[in-house]
Write a protein that binds this ligand. Structure first.
Ligand code: VGL
Ligand code: ZN
Length: 206
């Protein structure tokens, strides 16, 4: 039985200079690098959208931040971000990418968004993450990354629902905070779902 460090969307477009900027999104990189040596498995998700993805405001003639109903599901309109093969979809500079043992792509279906690293937002398709974890006999996940109030939150809640023992390293995550309080509310929801909220020092000092 083993434990994996799961890096959620540590990508350029979520850094402060990226297309979908997360304040201090790049500050988590050294924290993650310090955590990495404490894990045998380091798995990374990548938001990996085809150009013209349905979650992009530009694909729907909408303004960024608007919410539309897409295929019966509310969808926030995002700026174009993490387009497959672009610089914005690459890992943030300085991340110890050599330590990553598996990469899982998500958001690849042009018609459905995918905040969770496990399933798309309609839970129609799995990404292969759960199968990979099961095949490696990984039962425990320690989650870090971007963004706290979207992909980290949905990944963590799905992980618990799939039976993984799940911790999130709070100082190795940052959020979008589109509305004030979103990040705080995300932490509450994760805790409520059964996730453990921890700090990087809990690992680094041990
Ligand atoms: C994310 C919004 C859109 C994330 C991805 O990684 O949190 N947020 N796509
Ligand atoms: Zn996205």
């Amino acid at each position: 039985m083993s434990q994996a460090l799961l890096l959620v969307d540590v990508q350029n477009d979520f850094s402060p200079s990226g297309a979908l900027p997360v304040a201090e999104g790049d500050k988590i990189v050294p924290v993650i690098n310090q955590l990495i040596p404490h894990f045998d498995h380091v798995i990374a998700t990548k938001d990996w959208h085809p150009a013209g993805h349905s979650s992009f405001a530009s694909s729907n003639n909408q303004a960024v931040g608007d919410v539309i109903v897409l295929d019966g599901t509310p969808q926030i309109m995002w700026p174009d971000h993490c387009v497959q093969g672009t610089e914005g979809a690459e890992f943030i500079d300085g991340l110890n990418v050599g330590a990553i043992t598996q990469i899982i792509h998500k958001g690849t279906n042009p018609n459905i968004d995918s905040y969770s690293g496990f399933f798309d937002n309609q839970r129609l398709q799995a990404t292969g993450l759960a199968e990979y974890l099961n095949a490696q006999d990984i039962k425990e996940l320690v989650i870090v990354g971007l963004a706290t109030d979207y992909c980290v939150k949905f990944t963590a809640i799905d992980a618990v629902s799939l039976g993984f023992k799940t911790s999130i390293v709070q100082d190795a995550c940052r959020g979008v905070e589109m509305a004030t309080g979103d990040v705080e509310s995300a932490w509450k929801q994760m805790k409520q779902a059964g996730c453990k909220l921890v700090q990087s020092r809990d690992f680094v000092n041990q």
